[in-house]
Ligand binder design. Structure first.
Ligand SMILES: NC(=O)C1=CN([C@@H]2O[C@H](COP(=O)(O)OP(=O)(O)OC[C@H]3O[C@@H](n4cnc5c(N)ncnc54)[C@H](O)[C@@H]3O)[C@@H](O)[C@H]2O)C=CC1
Ligand SMILES: O=C(O)[C@@H]1CCC=N1
Length: 272
């Protein structure tokens, strides 16, 4: 199988994935990116040594795998423009777009192609991402293996059997880093309101998030048990947790993730 990879779209998420691939030894010469914004092309070339082109047709020529990394709103037009080349090359297609289905990609590219739908997240830049993967019906074992290897450069991977669940994956882990960043922002603001200097507030919050994330992933205890161990009866944590619960934090998180999942389905319908 031809291991050259063409990225269509060289924005935030493509940059994270390309950074992960190059850091893990994928030859920059075997990666081409199509990106209309000149400044982004220059940065990708300078930072990773990959070839950046203005037009999709230049990037995909001879590439065995295409990674579609444009916004859902432009995906149909991008695919329809590349359809003749896709049919000629019979390429493996990996789409990372929120909402857009493998059937839509396949139809727009002219039908019958192996399409993998992937939902990575931005910690991919550090190799600390997680990607949900769904293989469309035309993907064979070699295609699955290559897609998994490609996304493994960004972190861990989880195969999903039902494509309908990919919108939930998007809502949980695709968007999820932003939820953690929002909590961090709110904690830094609150720390300053309680009188801490900005730099101290930032240092305390960032290391707390990192330390808590490491405990979640490195200890045997689950989140609720780890929380219990911090919460002395009648102590400070209990006062905070009771405030979160009284304010409906769990219901709010559920509603937020539901809204993200619904938006994924809307993106599919609105851009068909
Ligand atoms: N940002 C994130 O955390 C994640 C994003 N995604 C998905 O990744 C895709 C890209 O998202 P971002 O990187 O955040 O957006 P972005 O806007 O940073 O990147 C998209 C890039 O595509 C380029 N582009 C537009 N038209 C093009 C064309 N015809 N040919 C080639 N490139 C073209 C744009 O100039 C832009 O740089 C979206 O579909 C999104 O749903 C998936 C997982 C996480
Ligand atoms: O917000 C979005 O639509 C994209 C998909 C997951 C993360 N960012």
């Amino acid at each position: 199988m031809n291991h050259d990879i063409a990225f269509i779209g060289g924005g935030n998420m493509a940059r994270s994935l390309i950074g992960g691939l190059v850091a893990r030894g994928h030859a920059p010469a075997a990666i081409r990116v199509a990106e209309p914004v000149a400044a982004l092309r220059a940065a990708l070339q300078a930072d990773f040594g990959v070839t950046a082109c203005e037009h999709g047709a230049q990037a995909v020529a001879g590439a065995g795998t295409w990674v579609l990394a444009v916004k859902p709103q432009v995906m149909r037009a991008v695919c329809e423009e590349l359809a003749p080349l896709a049919q000629a090359q019979r390429t493996l297609v990996v789409s990372i777009a929120a909402g857009i289905t493998t059937a839509q990609i396949d139809r727009w590219l002219g039908c019958g192609l192996p399409v993998v739908r992937a939902m990575p997240n931005t910690p991919a830049l550090l190799g600390a991402g997680v990607t949900g993967l769904y293989a469309g019906p035309a993907v064979d074992a070699a295609g699955r293996d290559f897609a998994q290897a490609l996304l493994s450069a960004a972190g861990t991977t989880v195969w999903i059997d039902s494509e309908a669940q990919m919108d939930a994956v998007t809502a949980v882990s695709g968007s999820g880093p932003a939820y953690v960043f929002l909590l961090a922002e709110a904690m830094v603001d609150a720390a300053q309101r309680e009188g801490l200097p900005p730099e101290a507030a930032r240092a305390l919050v960032l290391q707390t998030v990192l330390g808590a994330a490491r405990m979640l992933t490195e200890s045997d205890a689950d989140a609720s048990e780890l929380r219990r161990r911090v919460t002395s009866p009648g102590g400070t944590t209990q006062a905070a947790i009771e405030t979160f619960e009284a304010g409906g934090l769990r219901a709010l998180v559920a509603a937020a993730i539901h809204a993200a999942r619904v938006r994924g389905a809307e993106l599919s319908a609105a851009n068909d």
